[in-house]
Write a protein that binds this ligand. Structure first.
Ligand code: ADP
Ligand code: MG
Length: 756
């Protein structure tokens, strides 16, 4: 580092650079203490001449920014208070017009000194009225260098906070930048990379982003900082990949004439192309000697469970055990039954009629009677149980595996990384890990763009899958409402079954119980606009509707059950109920009644969102569908159209057609392509939500990078990161870059990476 001891470096305290008062204000507003953080306070946008307000058109009561020339300055004593009042009259500096504007500064000694006649400055403040004249009271201002420059530079507009107005932030950053040199702010990105990617150097980019001559220059600088973020993230991920490659796992190549071979031979259908392809990728990973860490993405109903089951059999053929972790008890039971069904005699080792060299499938959930539980735990510990399906009960302390070789996590978004790690810790060596997800949820999408998980995409559906048609039903119109119920009747009369999904269980249920927590991915913010404010949906408590009929409170399972029972068109139809607050036996009975066709209509919360498989169900009505996110709606409707019978999904809503949230419903109705919908979903959200950081209101480490829009940039950064990490000496050969990765990985980011 060159030695200009007076120049500011990233570590120079703000106090030393800009003085104690300003430093204290910056710390209070943004938490910045050093020059490095201050210069990375990037403008949100730029004001160009065209955007400045003209004096002749000042709107009363609004915050404006004008560029004006000082016409006159005067001071006078105030009559009722101590001190002086400085009055500055300015004229518009941008045009021929001669409109004048008065500004007043209480005790404005600084203004008196700086705002000499003919000085040009940018003023910003709120427009008020005083004695029939417009004025700005105590505005912020900053002097513009070039008095006669009719084309001032674009003015950066910074994220502000509290009392810190834009000019103050701008001035502070300019003061810091004036003290920065190439030597004091070394560029962590190697020059060769900058050249290859045609990016400006660090100091030049800082100058351009804060003090551009024109907006495109600022945009080039912004691009460079985006690249920085992408590169640091990719370096962190690449390091993790290298680390993982160094870990040991037991290789599980399977056996030529083992369980898997016999299972395949007995399959009543052909595997789809997608199942074969992803199956091969997984099989190769399992045979390797470092732990698999693979994400299996596939449309609802694409047959992921079968792919996972085949992987489990391969592991069993190599002497290991497999655990399948499900997010809910209902789902764990479903998996347990369908795996046993699929394996038939192969799952009944040691039982009468079971295959001699088969395996055992066991279920472990929290609500099992102690004796049954103990028996299962024993079989797990002895290695007798080849496959154990379970909920989080699998994670409890007493659970021990003899030889855990593979962990399959179904719908990973409901499991935190700690939970997966707990399970991993139960295996002596690192087990292989397969994560399955239906609609690629945003976090997963982010991981696949960024991620250090390997990904397998299962495309295509098994043959004979009937299409699902989806319609938006406006509940505000009586004829549509009654059509919905008569459709239910028609399906039941045809011998089919119906799901009715409601956002809540009871009136008194807290918003985030059951329904919302069932979809942690879901859309907890479903009825909020991107900035987090209520979206003005005509809601129970939200006052009168802007248009359309008033909207009743959100539908509950209990109310719906009562409503259906009271409808003449549904007389004689048996209605069941399923939600997370029911006792386990009641849930199981509800499920089995529906599976066996004893109930015609099942009213439930989103507990049926994943995995529930009743081929005879052909119609789903989602009531108050606008309460759910895109991915969640898509997932839900995947429950119908499973048995070769065409499915119908009704998205019922009270929202008027012109309501922005109706677009979400229209998007779901328009396509059944889960991947397209996931992107749509992602676009709707703030980046921070995707990274799980900003919910808490904390800053996201990714300031500029956008997961979707910057996909290409991210891909390039990934290449560069691989090259560095795999190059001679690895990342350690670039100490400045290595340090930058370390500094940059704050807690949020670390947590995000850990989830991979
Ligand atoms: P996903 O978990 O991806 O939503 P499932 O694994 O539950 O899908 O599969 C849905 C249904 O399709 C199951 O009943 C399963 O037995 C069946 N299935 C799976 N693969 C095939 C195939 N290749 N051909 C026909 N049916 C299949
Ligand atoms: Mg499934």
């Amino acid at each position: 580092m060159t030695a200009d001891p007076t120049a500011f470096g990233p570590e120079t305290g703000l106090r030393d650079a800009v003085g104690g008062t300003t430093a204290a204000a910056m710390k209070k507003a943004f938490g910045y203490e050093h020059c490095g953080a201050m210069v990375r306070h990037f403008p949100r946008r730029y004001l160009e001449v065209g955007e400045l307000t003209r004096i002749s058109t000042l709107p009363v009561g609004e915050d404006v920014t004008i560029v004006a020339e000082v016409e006159s300055v005067a001071q006078r004593r105030m009559q009722t208070r101590k001190g002086v009042l400085v009055e500055v009259v300015v004229r518009d500096a941008l045009g021929p017009e001669q409109s004048l504007l008065r500004m007043t500064f209480f005790n404005g000694y600084q203004a008196l000194k700086e705002l000499k006649p003919d000085t040009v400055a940018m003023f910003s403040g709120r427009v008020g009225v005083y004695r029939n004249h417009l004025e700005l009271t105590h505005p912020d201002y900053s002097l513009l260098e070039d008095a006669q420059d009719a084309e001032p530079r674009p003015i950066p507009v910074y994220p502000t906070s509290g009392k810190l107005a834009n000019p103050k932030i701008r001035k502070t950053i300019e003061t810091v930048l004036a003290g920065v040199t190439e030597g004091s702010f070394p560029d962590p990105v190697p020059p060769a990379l900058l050249r290859r990617r045609r990016l400006p150097g660090l100091v030049a980019a800082l100058e351009s982003i804060h003090r551009p001559h024109e907006v495109p220059e600022a945009m080039r600088a912004r691009h460079r900082f985006r690249y920085d973020e992408a590169l640091l993230l990719q370096l962190a991920l690449a390091e993790r990949r290298v680390h993982r490659r160094g870990l040991e796992a037991v290789s599980r190549p399977g056996a030529a004439d083992g369980l898997l071979a016999r299972f395949d031979a007995g399959l009543p259908f052909e595997l789809t192309e997608g199942q074969l392809g992803t199956g091969r990728e997984i099989a190769a990973d399992l045979a390797g000697s470092s732990p698999m860490n693979r994400l299996l993405q596939g449309e609802v109903g694409s047959g992921k469970t079968l792919v996972a089951l085949r992987a489990m059999l391969q592991v069993i053929d190599s002497g290991g055990q497999a655990a399948l972790l499900a997010p809910t008890e209902v789902l764990a039971q479903q998996h347990y039954h369908s795996i046993r069904r699929a394996l038939g005699p192969l799952a009944e080792a040691g039982l009468l009629g079971g295959a001699e060299d088969g395996t055992r499938v066991d279920l472990l959930t929290g609500s099992m009677p102690t004796s049954a539980r103990k028996a299962v735990l024993l079989r797990m510990a002895s290695g007798e149980a080849g496959i154990v399906v379970g909920t989080h009960a699998l994670l409890s302390d007493h659970v021990v595996f003899a030889e855990l070789g593979l962990v399959v996590v179904d719908e990973q978004h409901r499991f935190g990384v700690e939970q997966r790690d707990t399970l991993r810790a139960k295996a002596g060596s690192m087990p292989h890990m397969l994560v399955m997800t239906a609609t690629p949820i945003p976090r997963t999408v982010a991981m696949t763009v960024f991620g250090d998980l390997e990904t397998s995409v299962l495309r295509g559906l098994p043959a004979g899958r009937a299409p699902i048609s989806t319609h938006v039903v406006p509940l505000g119109e009586e004829r549509f409402r009654s059509r919905m119920f008569s459709l239910m009747r028609e399906e039941v009369d045809r011998g089919h079954q119906v799901y009715v999904v409601c956002p809540r269980i009871t009136e008194t249920q807290p918003e985030d119980d059951d329904a919302a927590s069932a979809g942690a991915d879901g859309h907890p913010d479903a009825d909020r606009t991107p900035d987090g404010t209520p979206d003005g949906a005509p809601g129970g408590s939200g006052g009168p509707a802007p248009s359309g009929p008033p909207r009743p409170a959100k539908m509950t399972v209990e109310k719906m059950v009562a409503l259906l029972a009271s409808l003449p068109e549904l007389r004689g139809v048996s209605v069941g109920m399923l939600h997370g607050r029911m006792a386990t036996e009641d849930k199981a009975r509800s499920m089995s009644d529906f599976e066996a066709g004893r109930t015609g209509i099942l009213v439930s919360t989103t507990v049926i969102e994943v995995g529930v498989d009743v081929p005879n169900a052909t119609l789903m009505a989602i009531v108050d569908a606008d309460s759910f996110g895109i991915s969640q709606l898509h997932q839900l409707r995947g429950r119908v159209g499973r048995g070769g019978l065409p499915g119908t999904c009704l998205l019922a809503t009270w929202l008027p057609p012109d309501h922005p949230s109706r677009q979400r419903l229209a998007a779901v109705a328009a396509t059944t392509d889960g991947f397209a919908l996931a992107e749509e979903d992602l676009k709707e959200r703030r980046e921070g939500d995707i990274l799980g950081a900003s919910q808490s209101g904390r800053r996201s480490t990714l300031k500029l990078l956008r997961v979707i829009q910057d996909a290409e940039l991210i891909a390039r950064a990934r290449e560069d990161a691989e090259e560095i990490v795999d190059g001679p000496g690895g990342l350690a050969a670039h100490p400045a870059l290595q340090r930058a990765v370390g500094d940059w990985l704050d807690e949020d980011m670390q947590a995000f990476l850990e989830r991979g």
